[in-house]
Design a protein around this ligand. Structure first.
Ligand code: M6R
Length: 369
């Protein structure tokens, strides 16, 4: 049932273009608008929402961090993302106009379920983004948008993450669509671009052999750092989480702008540092700042592993290893930038002789608080 792959994780990484396409299927109509009738929260209710709170754990939390940027940009509704395990213990401010979005692959994560219960007790509306039909979190929510990743068996989440992102973008764009914002043209353009995104993920998968070779060459290292900004920051956190859980290596993700506030002291000769570079189009200021960061860490001896958009020539002089990804709209970049990090972690785990699908101490779904 591993479909010819050595591990479920490899199979699930390879299934991502289909998982992404399936999650979009039937949700964009012929005129290029979103139809999310299945969500069953009336547009009139969505127009009244004055705050969005995303709750999730682990990889799903990283999807939530990216969703915050998309929701705030496209809808101008204030939005926060919170670890589900912290949420109800801090007396969060919630009322009937708050939309809580709970993201969970399994739909059974106890921390997330408890956050959902707490939110509903306070009168908030809860929308679940979930991959498992009929599981507890969607059953206890007001509404659900299912991701169509198919069953995810490997403990490390891959295709579920990409489909969670797609679902979050759909919710963000849909909220923008029903409420009408100044970004109407951009929203329509991004909906069009979403239709091509599965092909972009496929392109990344076809070019992963150098990433695998690089991972094998780093099998003896103790630490890998990951840097990113804007949507690249949660991608950096996700790359680090994958490496921890699969390769049992010390890995940390930082917002690149924080380097000079402390983490740069960690940089030493030959330390591998993965940098997720924003598009030079779009938020070009961020791009230029991150190129300076790469220069700075390389001057201090770091081995730079740079993930950058096709055609971005500014990074070339400072990249010891360059991983190319297709150009996408800024907010969609995580869909392509995360894939090399999944492959990297999986290959490092194999090279270190670890059990890829069942990492030590971990369970696929965490049903205790
Ligand atoms: O089933 P869920 O999406 O609620 O699970 C949340 C986390 O436990 C999960 O994403 C975990 O972090 C993964 N093992 C990461 O690969």
């Amino acid at each position: 049932e591993k479909g010819g792959y050595d591990y479920f994780m490899l199979k699930e990484i390879a299934e991502q273009p289909k998982a992404v396409a399936d999650t979009l299927l039937g949700r964009i109509d012929a005129s290029g608008s979103l139809t999310l009738d299945e969500v069953r929260i009336p547009a009139s209710v969505l127009r009244e929402v004055d705050k969005v709170v995303l709750v999730a754990c682990g990889t799903a939390y990283h999807a939530g961090m990216i969703a915050k940027l998309a929701i705030e940009h496209w809808t101008r509704i204030p939005c926060e993302t919170e670890l589900a395990s912290e949420f109800r213990y801090r007396d969060p401010i919630l009322d009937q106009r708050t939309l809580v979005i709970a993201i969970s692959q399994s739909g059974e994560t106890m921390d997330t379920l408890m956050a959902v219960r707490h939110a509903r007790e306070q009168g908030a509306k809860v929308l679940a983004i979930c991959n498992t039909n009929g599981s507890t979190i969607p059953r206890e929510s007001d509404a659900v948008l299912y991701t169509h990743a198919g069953p995810e068996v490997a403990v490390a989440s891959t295709k579920a993450f990409l489909t969670q992102l797609v679902a979050c973008y759909l919710v963000a764009l849909y909220l923008g669509q029903v409420r009408g914002t100044k970004w109407g043209d951009e929203i329509r353009a991004v909906i069009r671009e979403l239709s091509d995104i599965a092909a972009a993920v496929d392109t990344v998968l076809e070019t992963m052999e150098p990433v695998r070779a690089l991972a094998r060459s780093l099998a003896e290292k103790n630490t890998v750092l990951f840097l990113g900004r804007h949507v690249g920051y949660p991608v950096a956190l996700e790359g680090a989480l994958k490496l921890k859980e699969l390769a049992y290596m010390h890995a940390e993700g930082f917002a690149a702008g924080e380097l000079k506030h402390g983490p740069i002291a960690l940089i030493e000769k030959d330390l591998p540092v993965v940098v997720v570079v924003p598009s030079p189009r779009g938020r070009s200021v961020l791009h230029d700042k991150i190129v300076s960061n790469i220069q700075e860490i390389r001057a201090r001896g770091a081995r730079t592993i740079v993930i950058a958009e096709e055609g971005d020539e500014a990074v070339v002089p400072y990249a010891d290893h360059l991983i190319r990804i297709p150009a996408t709209p800024t907010l969609l970049q995580p869909l392509v930038a995360t894939v090399p990090l999944q492959v990297f972690a999986c290959e490092l785990a194999t090279a270190r002789g670890n059990e890829v699908d069942q990492p030590r101490n971990l369970a696929k779904s965490v049903t205790v608080e």
